[in-house]
Design a protein around this ligand. Structure first.
Ligand code: ADP
Ligand code: LRH
Length: 482
């Protein structure tokens, strides 16, 4: 076929969207068919994802792109999962990675498999909510005892579309149970952690057709079958990095949305002690790549402030933040204290006070504190990614929702002392769609060819760094002495 029409389902922690793509070998166009909020629900003291609402959002989106589709792909945020019982029924709503159940779980796991050993196999940075720690927190629950299958969120939604049960490799690598070298489940780790290996479905690499839309899905969406569902880089960050419009390999990326994922793309994992101590991950990517990156708190810090303030308009706040003095106060955007939901302005003020800085008192100053802190974290992570991997970095690509935030892009360029190229905003959907188009044979080549197609099809903004990074160095030394 000369062109393909595909739907990319991209579920972020703040919203889900179904994007309709028309892809030809040298050009792609896309529109947003449907967007829906992704709002967690606290029930019985536990924070859940409303996964049935997400499934409904997917169906509504597919209905909006009828009558013809050549393929569908699903990506979402990482680490979270649903459990199925012996009949295939969902055992409760998936628990949100920000739920407090994982408090102390990492230590319990490390008491059985030391952190250094775990890292040597999986290459995954310690984040309290990694799937392996969530499963430790769930140990002994009737739900886990009744479970026969564990499906990560995009695989679960794919299962409801097709009936297939698979684990796509990029997202599986965020569980902390995959061997980063062989890209296969580590049965040894499962045995040592008393996890039933049969819970984990067979792995597939991105680009594999996993099944066709089920008859009742076709009926509900008005689509004409058969419509194949392609496993894409089902971890949103994997798909986003596919669509980083870089030329060559001397680039770093900042995939910014709820999180900032900051690092470089490599041909294989870096499983050194230095990488572990710097808390860098080796997330598996499309086409055998590895993302050597650090997970930084991201625009979550801003989202939670806005929620606390009753959701005022973002534009005027960002304009006011741009007029605030630079680097008046910064916080460590990697601090796990910011992970749970709840009064973020107060937590930011407390962090400033703890580090001897004047806490911001107006919303504009709080927003400036957040954006300065994110840019500072981007600076640290870009530099450390380059140092740890030996990769030369000439340009920083900012993709995802944060690419719309001109102040954040400019501050990131200044802090890194490197040009920033911003866009595409919908990078995850673009990478998702391109992997489908390649599986259908409409486009060919490797990531370089897919990235050229992104460059040809999307508008990008460029930010040159301001002169001198001395103030950023001083702020960094203030916050991270030594
Ligand atoms: P996720 O996929 O994690 O849900 P997104 O990539 O959709 O996140 O990014 C959402 C973020 O993008 C918002 O929290 C907001 O900070 C930022 N954003 C969205 N629209 C704008 C805008 N018009 N101007 C500046 N920032 C924006
Ligand atoms: C970004 C993301 C990130 C994970 C987090 C849980 O959406 O997938 O890569 O660390 O969500």
């Amino acid at each position: 076929t000369a062109r393909a029409r595909v739907a990319a389902v991209d579920l972020g922690a703040s919203s889900g969207r179904v994007m309709a793509f028309d892809i030809a070998p040298d050009r792609m166009n896309f529109t947003e068919a449907h967007r829906f909020p992704n709002r967690p629900v606290r029930l019985g003291g536990t924070l859940h994802w409303d996964v049935l609402a997400l499934h409904r959002g997917v169906l509504d989106g597919l209905r909006a792109v009828e009558p013809r589709l050549d393929a569908v792909g699903v990506d979402s945020w990482a680490v979270d999962y649903g459990l199925l019982d012996a009949t295939g029924a969902l055992l409760g709503n998936p628990v949100h990675y920000r739920d407090a159940r994982t408090d102390g779980a990492a230590d319990a796991v490390h008491a059985r498999v030391p952190a250094a050993e775990l890292y040597g196999v999986t290459g995954v940075q310690v984040l309290p909510f990694n799937t392996v720690y969530q499963l430790a927190a769930a140990a002994g629950t009737p739900q886990l005892a009744a479970a026969r299958q564990l499906l990560l969120v995009p695989d679960l939604l794919g299962h409801w579309l097709t009936g297939a049960r698979v684990a796509e490799v990029t997202n599986a690598s965020t569980t902390g149970l995959l061997d980063a070298r062989t890209r296969t489940w580590s049965r040894e780790l499962m045995a040592r952690l008393d996890l039933d290996p049969d819970l984990f479905p067979p792995l597939v690499e991105a680009g594999t057709v996993v099944g066709d839309l089920l008859p009742h899905v076709l009926a509900e969406t008005g689509l004409t079958g058969p419509v194949p569902v392609v496993a894409v880089g089902s971890h949103d960050t994997a798909s986003a990095v596919v669509a980083v419009p870089a030329e060559g390999s001397r680039f770093a990326y900042v995939a910014t949305g709820t999180w900032s994922l900051v690092g470089v793309e490599l041909a294989g994992p870096v499983l050194t002690g230095a990488g572990r101590r710097a808390n860098f991950s080796n997330e598996l990517g499309v086409d055998g790549t590895v993302r050597h990156l650090r997970n930084v708190m991201g625009l979550w810090l801003l989202q939670e402030c806005l929620r606390e303030w009753g959701d005022p308009a973002l534009g005027p706040l960002l304009a006011a933040a741009a007029d605030e003095p630079a680097l008046a106060a910064v916080v460590d955007a990697g601090d796990p204290a910011f992970i749970p939901p709840g009064d973020m302005p107060a937590r930011l003020a407390a962090a400033c006070a703890r580090t001897g800085q004047p806490p911001p008192t107006t919303p504009a100053a709080v927003v400036r504190c957040v954006l300065d802190s994110l840019a500072l974290a981007h600076r640290r992570a870009v530099r450390e990614a380059a140092d740890l991997s030996g990769r030369q970095v000439d340009v920083v690509h900012v993709v995802g929702g944060g690419a719309r935030n001109a102040l954040l892009c400019r501050l990131t360029a200044d802090a890194c002392g490197l040009p920033v190229v911003a866009g595409p905003v919908e990078a995850a959907a673009c990478g998702n769609a391109l992997v489908q188009a390649r599986a259908l044979g409409v486009v060919s080549g490797g990531l370089a060819e897919l990235r050229a197609l992104v460059r040809a099809s999307t508008g990008l903004a460029r930010y040159e760094p301001g002169g001198g990074t001395g103030d950023w160095r001083a702020a960094e030394e203030r916050l991270f002495p030594g």
